[in-house]
Design a protein around this ligand. Structure first.
Ligand SMILES: Cc1ncc(COP(=O)(O)O)c(C=O)c1O
Length: 436
């Protein structure tokens, strides 16, 4: 088996871990192509949640053994999240409701260190989750600047330089776009921000379901992730660089005794979800094992010398990204043959700078009509702006800021893509007949 075959073999096998991928609709297999909105979960997650309810269903703060076990489970889960994203250890991770909530918490707490007249930067490429919380600071006369994208939807670094000359206190930016799938150059963004004296809050939500994240290599200060997009339950977690946290004035005054990320875990947590998250990490560890069993290796990758638990978990995401290039190449080659297609984001020539997330329109056909027709044909794909509101307004202006999005992850296959394009051709023929 060569490397490409070993990747294909490994990731086609992952489907067997996901009971929901066998679902059908109107007698046809469902093509689940809305993974950027949220992924399916494996049997590892289902088993963990069940096990929690049977053995560790408990509340915080009691003397019962069950509580101690539950609390240890949360620490274990934080450590696994640290392994996934490359944090130092569990003290830099906090669980919470979702990523949006983390951005609101960050804006609330970091906002305490901002004064009227200070500058901060948000981007035109971001999901509104990492836009709205910062816009609210404008009410306190903090200047909120929108970092522009170019015609392809990529962040414009000349504009960034101009904004950094204002000596902003903070840059809030996405690691990858949920609309175009473009991967942003986080190490470069962060290095430039730090030189200008700004902290960086990264939205790691989209990138984390496709690539091996490394918050230390990228040197971000704060980040947030959605566990339900990383093959786990509906929750989120935050990463907080401990050294930077301790330097914040507002933090020092208010939280003298509790200088770790757990401060962000306010009130009771979703214990069953956190336990389910452990299942999603067990799944990734299994994928790494499968990949290595098929002859793939992490030796020449940045993960080669990482601690064993990180190697095990993030390794799967490294292999997933490699494999997803096959899906991307295949999808873009097929899409190029579709008449009247308008693709947003990176082209096939720059496929290594994108995720298998494809937003596009077809000239002469309303996006929503297309979405409904595909749904009738058991293809679950999203239409709209996916809350990347500013970006889609800019890119898909002639289509009212809306597009069809096919978002794949590593359990999708080349065969599913072929099936999709067969159905898509028929759907387009039918719709064009109606329009004519
Ligand atoms: C890039 C990006 N950021 C943030 C979010 C919001 O995540 P959550 O639902 O965890 O708040 C999403 C959800 O689609 C997203 O795609």
């Amino acid at each position: 088996m060569n490397e490409a075959q070993a990747l294909k073999h490994t990731f086609e096998h992952t489907r067997t871990y996901f009971p929901s991928l066998g679902n059908s609709y109107k007698g046809r297999p469902v093509l689940f192509f809305d993974n950027s909105a949220g992924a399916q979960v494996s049997q590892f997650v289902i088993d963990r949640v069940t096990d929690y309810y049977i053995h560790r269903n408990a509340q915080k703060g009691t003397i019962f053994t069950r509580t101690a076990e539950m609390q240890q489970t949360i620490v274990d889960a934080r450590q696994l999240a640290a392994d996934l994203v490359g944090a130092t250890d569990h003290t830099e991770i906090a669980f919470g409701q979702n990523a949006t909530n983390f951005f609101h918490l960050y804006a609330h707490h970091l906002g305490r260190d901002l004064q009227a007249g200070d500058h901060i930067i948000i981007t035109e490429a971001d999901h509104h989750a990492n836009v709205n919380p910062w816009m609210e600071l404008a009410e306190r006369d903090i200047h909120v600047h929108l970092w522009n994208v170019d015609a392809q939807g990529s962040l414009d670094f000349d504009h960034y330089e101009q904004l950094l000359a204002l000596k902003p206190k903070l840059v809030a930016v996405g690691w990858a776009s949920n609309a175009t799938g473009t991967i942003h150059d986080m190490p470069r963004i962060t290095a430039m921000a730090h030189r200008a004296g700004a902290l960086v809050v990264a939205d790691g939500v989209q990138a984390a379901s496709h690539i091996a994240m490394d918050v230390k290599a990228a040197d971000v200060d704060f980040a947030a992730f959605s566990t339900y997009k990383i093959f786990g339950p509906h929750m989120g977690f935050g990463y907080v660089n401990r050294d930077r946290l301790e330097r914040l004035e507002g933090w020092r005054i208010q939280h003298e005794l509790e200088r770790d990320s757990y401060f962000f875990e306010v009130g009771s947590q979703n214990h069953e979800g956190i336990e389910g998250f452990i299942g999603s990490m067990e799944y990734l560890a299994q994928v790494t094992k499968d990949a290595e069993g098929n002859g793939l290796s992490l030796d020449k990758t940045p993960l080669a010398n990482s601690r064993p638990s990180r190697h095990e978990i993030a390794g799967a995401m490294h292999f997933a990204h490699e494999y997803e290039q096959q899906l991307t190449d295949h999808f873009l080659a097929k899409l190029a043959d579709v008449e009247g297609v308008v693709l947003y984001g990176k082209s096939a020539e720059q496929a290594d700078e994108r995720l298998p997330v494809f937003s596009f329109n077809i000239e002469g056909i309303e996006t929503d009509t297309l979405g409904h027709a595909l749904n009738d044909a058991s293809i679950e794909a999203r239409t709209g702006n996916y809350l990347a509101i500013n970006l889609m307004k800019r890119l898909a202006e002639p289509f009212g800021g809306s597009a069809l999005r096919i978002s794949l992850v590593h359990y999708n296959t080349v065969e599913e893509i072929d099936l999709f394009f067969g159905i898509f051709a028929q759907v387009l023929t039918d719709l064009k007949m109606k329009v004519d």
